[in-house]
Design a binder for this molecule. Structure first.
Ligand SMILES: CC(C)(COP(=O)(O)OP(=O)(O)OC[C@H]1O[C@@H](n2cnc3c(N)ncnc32)[C@H](O)[C@@H]1OP(=O)(O)O)[C@@H](O)C(=O)NCCC(=O)NCCS
Length: 230
């Protein structure tokens, strides 16, 4: 599958970005659309043509997922049932990518769509921060695909997007998601009270974070464990 500026490397080589001619100022101003890979998972932006398989997973996993997600405001187009709304969502993510304000990825194992992982609300200036969100198809869960996808996203965020801090916020009772950050060894910064609206309730969240300094110190270990290792 081909995307402009993107090389999908399934060999486990980590971040791969298409090369631009440094003499081409227009190309240099465009951030490449990335396709990334870990040992087993591939990450690439979702496309309008992914609608059928995305909808199948979202329909089947409705109860599994929505209890951990913000409620959908009434009157908003239903991205699960409305193909055009899904295409508009893909377009919005593409604009974020072009503006450098966010990077959304589908998580694939081979050609199978398994979930999503996103780098959201990128802030520059003195913060250089982004928030990571993720979800996994219940049928794909339990294979450590999410921690692997997160490690791939860490490398991209720190080494390509050049951020300083990444945060993952988790409701304390979400044991499965807390296992993800435990496997990655990410630092807890404690509880933020009534931090996010999830399924209609202002929920406390444990904020987990990793900074560039921690990434540099743990890079080899992380790459071996999740990206380049056997
Ligand atoms: C949280 C989530 C993304 C983890 O993804 P994953 O790829 O399954 O991650 P892992 O394979 O590392 O599993 C993490 C833990 O989930 C639990 N788990 C695994 N399979 C499970 C299943 N079928 N049902 C319930 N829990 C399961 C296990 O406790 C596992 O820890 P373990 O490997 O030490 O046993 C996924 O469970 C999910 O999408 N949950 C619903 C949405 C959600 O919570 N999103 C995150 C909000 S912060």
């Amino acid at each position: 599958m081909a995307f402009e500026g993107m090389v999908f490397d399934s060999s486990g080589g980590g971040v791969r970005l298409a090369e631009h001619d440094p003499g081409d100022p227009v190309a240099m101003m465009r951030l490449p659309s990335p396709a990334l890979s870990g040992r087993r998972v591939g990450l690439r932006p979702l496309l309008a043509s992914d609608f059928e398989q995305w909808r199948e997973v979202r329909r089947r996993c409705r109860d599994w997922l929505t209890k951990w997600e913000p409620s959908v405001p009434s009157g908003r187009p239903d991205v699960v049932e409305d193909r055009r709304a899904f295409a508009a969502r893909c377009g919005a993510r593409e604009r974020e990518r072009q503006l450098g304000t966010g990077y959304g990825f589908g998580v694939f194992v081979g050609s199978r769509f398994c979930g999503e992982i996103n780098l959201n609300s990128i802030q520059r200036g003195p913060f250089q921060n982004a928030y990571i969100g993720y979800w996994m198809d219940e049928a794909c869960a339990g294979n450590s695909y999410t921690p692997e996808a997160a490690a791939v996203l860490f490398q991209f965020a720190f080494e390509e997007v050049r951020l300083h801090r990444l945060q993952i916020a988790i409701i304390p009772r979400n044991r499965a998601s807390r296992r993800v950050v435990e496997k990655l060894g990410i630092r807890s910064e404690g509880i933020a009270v009534r931090y996010l609206e999830i399924n209609g309730v202002w929920e406390d969240h444990v904020r987990y974070a990793i900074t560039t300094e921690e990434w540099v110190a743990r890079r080899d270990e992380m790459l071996a464990a999740w990206i380049t290792g056997p």
